[in-house]
Design a protein around this ligand. Structure first.
Ligand SMILES: *[C@@H]1O[C@H](CO)[C@@H](O)[C@H](O)[C@H]1NC(C)=O
Ligand SMILES: *[C@@H]1O[C@H](CO)[C@@H](O)[C@H](O)[C@H]1NC(C)=O
Ligand SMILES: *[C@@H]1O[C@H](CO)[C@@H](O)[C@H](O)[C@H]1NC(C)=O
Ligand SMILES: *[C@@H]1O[C@H](CO)[C@@H](O)[C@H](O)[C@H]1NC(C)=O
Ligand SMILES: *[C@@H]1O[C@H](CO)[C@@H](O)[C@H](O)[C@H]1NC(C)=O
Ligand SMILES: *[C@@H]1O[C@H](CO)[C@@H](O)[C@H](O)[C@H]1NC(C)=O
Length: 938
């Protein structure tokens, strides 16, 4: 019932949209659609004019939406493909809304003016659509910290203006795409400064052509993936590099020596790989401050003397790297040294740190080495030295402080600035300026800082100052910021909690949060260089000034109530119908979540679907191809209209299904059919050439299948004689097409109308499944069955589905079983009151040759000894029509079994049918059940 109402609404809408489109712009259509698909949109998103009504988070130029910034708002729902209607959109930032889930729609590729796309820290899943490569102006692409999977689309290589590429912390897999002349790849991104691909499941070797001297990269962050093979020496050609993270992968072999050419690199991470061979000589890296090569199998003899030339070094991490010999005392006099971690090596002799030059030297961790003596110097009390598990800590020495492994505890919080903190009521917090307020909170994550001394508060005060400076120069209402809880993550990221306090009030409004969030998400804020690449992970802001007393959104049902109430009043009927259509679409969409991901429907409310793969024809064109729908080209009719033959300018024959004008019947079926046909491709499925939705017409253009339907072949109408082998091949082809729909299409598709009238025979008598008007794609949560209005054709209808209304693939299997019986008997499923399934079941006598079925077999099938495998075929058919769906086989098993039958009948199931037949023309005309027609309940 509910479903029927909704479909009706969509239909009404479809037919009005042509009229409505005159007054309502694409922009308002898109935004009202987004509003209906999301929860927790800003309360002032009312009416139909986002620009005129100044909706929060929306910026317009000349009545067109140019920017959408909705950060940390707890938006939930999916991103509607209608976003693709915003032809003037330049910037889209929906960061920090974990409730935004589902796939990123293909229609994102329609936003030709988009320059900034930031969906940081949302809940998006599924593959990144390839259409992302269709955004010629894109400069900023941040999809990090979502659940995206699949491969990195090669089309990203087409984004020649891209400056920032961040796909980190997703579930992306496969190799990094590089171009090969036909296909684009990331090696083409010569203007990109940032490759942030860390913490995914990427794999394979890094192709050497990824890097070249034409590139201008400064950050290459590939940490924590599954890359294998050697580190390409071409990396050494990218002289602009400042940060390189290749750690936590499975790189093997030796490190290319020419990394030494990268004289601008400050942070280099090669740890936790399977690297071997000689240590690269990094003497040329004069600004290198952070070097991590832990857990590698380098061939090392003595402590490499060139370490002493790294004048900027703050941090050396070389745990478990086979380091041998004695550390020269001069190493500890490097001017900026902060942390030295050389655990688990074979360092020996005496440890002498002399008098370090660096005030910041805080930790020397040499656990688990072979050090026998420690030369205690004066004035080094602020350095924590750890020598546990060395010979020096055995026996009596074990009590020395340097034999304990406790590391200094770091804690920090921005102190009050010359004021006394106040006690705040409820969950307000005292700001550094000692005022109670609701701060905007989140985490700053630095992926490769150049320092390691977390105890030096100078870093935090510098950072806080630069944040304040950035907010103030953007005129944002920020009173102060507080930093706290510095921690070093396992993967060596530095994390800090950031609280941002509102200026002169208790809380922020939505515009304030979005603008502040955007300064951080868009990298407008640049921290001091020592902090390296960063991102901000904002929390949902819970205390918007406009939230008080008012629920952020009335419930869906009351919305509909209001709309219907107003519609009865009649004043703004058209506009309300628009809303209703959008609403109906969103509800429908929820039920079909999974499809949305793979459909390429640019937008939904318009009656004109936008599809890839299928061509759009104008009405004039179709008129020309069918000679003005001439009588001679009329090749059949069905409940919804007629079928015409046409000839395209290139000579290709097509069949054109034309809905009867003015009749709404068939509308949804048409949509379903194009949507499905444009994304399924299989040699046993009829293919869609195009469509025409113009001047109130709905027409589908198919490939022309010359030999009519299987039904016509049985009835003798088409003059095609089908012997046993040909019938088996038709059954096999049909089964393969169906197995594809059930098991390979994504989401799986249930055909719902398998019958001989929907199986077409091509010039070689290959079966092609047609008529997808009743198809039902399965959504995510409905893998087992969906409950729907019972549709199909009597005689083929699964009794279980009929009774329970629960549709599953097994309903198609039942219909296919009926078809198999039809194939051997040549009889219609219900003929003169007799039901083919019962007839065959009663007639089977397993003791007899051919199960004693000779009497009811189609005489045209052949006879006696030529019917090899018939019993097997009948057994299979009876399994398919089993009472209960669970007992029926799945289609891929049916395919295998029919292949076996063909083999035992002496034919090769993999060979294409080579028999041909003519005699189609005269018989197809006038058939009331044309192949492309759609008969409901016969
Ligand atoms: C986000 O919104 C949902 C309802 O849509 C609500 O249940 C949840 O508590 C909200 N979360 C926050 C952090 O406000
Ligand atoms: C490029 O790669 C694609 C897919 O890997 C392949 O189909 C194509 O033939 C290749 N082109 C060239 C010129 O090698
Ligand atoms: C880079 O390093 C290689 C090998 O270490 C060296 O032969 C080459 O001259 C260097 N290239 C430049 C441009 O300095
Ligand atoms: C490292 O390279 C420098 C010059 O680039 C050279 O002077 C030095 O001897 C090398 N050191 C080692 C240990 O190979
Ligand atoms: C330290 O190790 C090196 C290299 O393994 C070795 O040549 C040297 O003799 C050792 N020195 C001491 C004092 O054990
Ligand atoms: C803290 O860091 C700053 C900047 O690197 C440095 O100048 C200062 O000496 C350090 N202070 C201490 C106590 O280490």
């Amino acid at each position: 019932m509910g479903e029927r109402v909704l479909i009706f609404l969509v239909l009404v809408f479809n037919y009005l949209s042509v009229v409505v489109a005159v007054t309502v712009t694409n922009d308002s259509t898109a935004l009202t659609s987004l509003r209906e698909c999301w929860q927790n949109t800003p309360p002032n998103w009312k009416g139909l004019d986002p620009c005129g009504d100044e909706w929060d988070g929306i910026t317009c130029t000349n009545s067109h939406v140019t920017s959408i910034s909705l950060l940390s708002m707890n938006l939930t729902g999916q991103l509607s493909g209608d976003i693709g209607l915003l032809s003037e959109l330049v910037s889209l930032d929906l960061s920090y809304n974990k409730g935004l889930t589902g796939a990123l729609p293909q229609a994102i590729g329609n936003l030709k003016k988009l320059s900034i796309l930031i969906l940081l820290g949302c809940g998006f899943t599924g593959p990144i659509p390839d259409t992302i490569g269709n955004l010629p102006r894109l400069t900023m692409l941040s999809l990090n910290s979502n659940g995206f999977n699949g491969r990195i689309p090669p089309s990203i290589g087409n984004l020649s203006k891209l400056y920032w590429l961040d796909l980190a912390e997703n579930k992306l897999e496969g190799p990094i795409p590089v171009s090969n002349g036909t296909i684009p790849g990331l090696d083409m991104l010569h203007n990109t400064k940032h490759f942030h691909l860390g913490q995914n499941n990427l794999s394979g070797t890094i192709p050497p052509q990824l890097f070249s001297s034409d590139m201008t990269l400064i950050h290459v962050l590939f940490e924590s993936n599954g890359f294998t093979g050697s580190i390409p020496s071409t990396l050494g050609l990218v002289r602009t590099l400042e940060v390189v993270r290749l750690d936590k992968n499975s790189f093997s072999e030796s490190v290319p020596q020419n990394l030494n050419n990268l004289t601008n690199v400050q942070q280099l991470f090669l740890s936790n790989n399977k690297l071997s061979g000689p240590l690269p000589n990094l003497t040329g890296m004069s600004v290198l401050s952070y070097l991590d090569m832990s857990n590698s199998n380098f061939d090392l003899s003595d402590f490499p003397p060139w370490f002493l030339t790294l004048k900027s070094l703050t941090t050396l991490m070389m745990e478990n790297t086979q380091l041998k010999g004695q550390i020269p005392v001069s190493f500890f006099s490097l001017d900026h040294l902060q942390t030295v971690v050389l655990r688990g090596n074979q360092l020996n002799g005496t440890l002498d740190i002399g008098t370090p030059n660096s005030q910041q030297l805080g930790l020397i961790d040499l656990q688990n080495n072979l050090i026998r003596n420690f030369q205690q110097s004066n004035e080094v009390s602020n350095v924590k030295i750890i020598l546990a598990d060395n010979p020096v800590c055995q026996g009596t020495g074990a009590r020395e402080t340097y034999c304990s492994v406790t590391q200094p505890n770091i804690s920090y919080i921005t102190p009050p600035s010359n004021c006394v903190p106040v006690t705040c009521s409820s969950d307000q917090i005292s700001s550094p300026n000692c005022k109670c307020a609701y701060p905007y909170t989140g985490t700053l994550i630095f992926r490769a800082p150049s320092f390691s001394d977390l105890g030096n508060t100078t870093y935090y005060t510098t950072l806080a100052q630069s944040l304040m400076h950035s907010f103030q120069s953007q005129h944002l209402p920020v009173d102060s910021v507080s930093l706290s809880n510095p921690i070093r993550e396992a993967i060596q990221y530095l994390e800090l909690t950031l609280e941002i306090f509102p200026l002169n009030q208790d809380n922020f409004n939505r515009t304030g949060i979005s603008n502040i969030g955007f300064v951080l998400s868009n990298q407008t804020f640049k921290p001091p260089r020592i902090f390296g690449p960063f991102y901000f992970d904002g929390q949902v802001y819970q205390h918007f000034s406009d939230n008080e007393g008012e629920p952020t959104k009335s419930s869906k049902s009351s919305n509909i109530g209001i709309i219907i109430g107003a519609a009865a009043g009649g004043s703004v009927l058209l506009l309300l119908l628009l809303l209703l259509g959008v609403y109906a679409f969103c509800v429908k969409k929820k039920a079909k979540k999974a499809i949305e991901a793979s459909y390429n429907l640019g937008h939904s409310n318009s009656s004109i679907p936008q599809l890839k793969g299928a061509r759009r024809f104008s009405f004039e064109e179709i008129q020309k191809y069918t000679k003005k729908f001439s009588e001679a080209n009329d090749i059949g009719s069905g409940g919804y209209g007629k079928v015409y033959r046409g000839t395209l300018p290139n000579g290709q024959l097509v069949a054109i299904k034309r809905a009867q004008k003015g009749s709404l019947q068939g509308g949804p079926e048409f949509r379903t059919e194009i949507e499905l046909l444009s994304r399924v491709h299989h040699k046993n499925l009829v293919s869609l050439v195009g469509y025409c939705f113009e001047q109130g017409e709905q027409m589908l253009v198919y490939e022309y299948i010359p030999n009519g339907t299987l039904k016509d072949a049985f009835s003798g109408k088409s003059g095609i004689r089908l012997d046993w082998i040909r019938r088996l091949k038709v059954a096999l082809g049909t089964a393969r097409g169906l197995a594809y729909l059930h098991e390979l299409a994504n989401p799986p598709i249930i055909h719902r109308d398998i019958k001989s009238a929907n199986i077409l025979l091509d010039e070689r008598l290959n079966a092609k499944l047609a008529d997808f008007g009743l198809c039902k794609p399965m959504g995510d949560g409905e893998r087992d069955h969906v409950t729907t209005q019972v549709k199909g054709t009597m005689g083929y209808l699964d009794p279980e589905y009929y009774m329970t209304q629960q549709l599953s693939e097994k309903s198609d299997v039942y219909s296919f079983g009926v078809l198999m019986l039809e194939i051997i008997t040549g009889k219609r499923p219900i003929q003169r009151g007799k039901y083919i399934v019962r007839e065959v079941r009663n007639a089977i006598d397993e003791t007899k040759d051919l199960y004693g079925l000779q009497k009811i077999l189609d005489p045209a099938i052949g006879s006696g000894g030529t019917l090899k495998g018939l019993e097997q075929f009948v057994d299979l058919a009876m399994k398919c029509v089993a009472e209960s769906g669970i007992e029926r086989p799945i289609m891929s098993d049916v395919v295998k079994e029919i292949e076996n039958v063909l083999l035992s009948a002496g034919s090769n199931p993999t060979a294409e049918s080579s028999s041909t037949s003519t005699s189609y023309e005269e018989v197809s005309k006038g058939s009331s059940h044309h192949p492309y027609s759609n008969e409901l309940f016969g």
